[in-house]
Design a binder for this molecule. Structure first.
Ligand code: ZN
Length: 69
């Protein structure tokens, strides 16, 4: 269960792209840095990494990005 929205499983795609909290965070970040973030490109990167990295590695990456923001 997602610890942010308590609506869905806490998978990498949900955590970064589908969660209402993540969407609000991406929107806030785009406003802060005044650069549009291409979510489709982000999805492609995560899907590529997901195929080549272990799920544990993806969890570490997700944690690093969330805590960096
Ligand atoms: Zn969520």
């Amino acid at each position: 269960m997602c610890s942010y929205c308590r609506f869905s499983d806490e998978g990498i795609n949900h955590l970064f792209l589908q969660c209402s909290f993540a969407k609000a965070l991406w929107s806030w970040l785009q406003d802060m840095i005044q650069i549009a973030i291409n979510l489709l490109f982000t999805i492609l990167i995560f899907n590529f990494l997901k195929r080549s990295w272990s799920s544990q590695g993806m969890d570490v990456l997700a944690s690093m990005v969330v805590h960096a923001i």
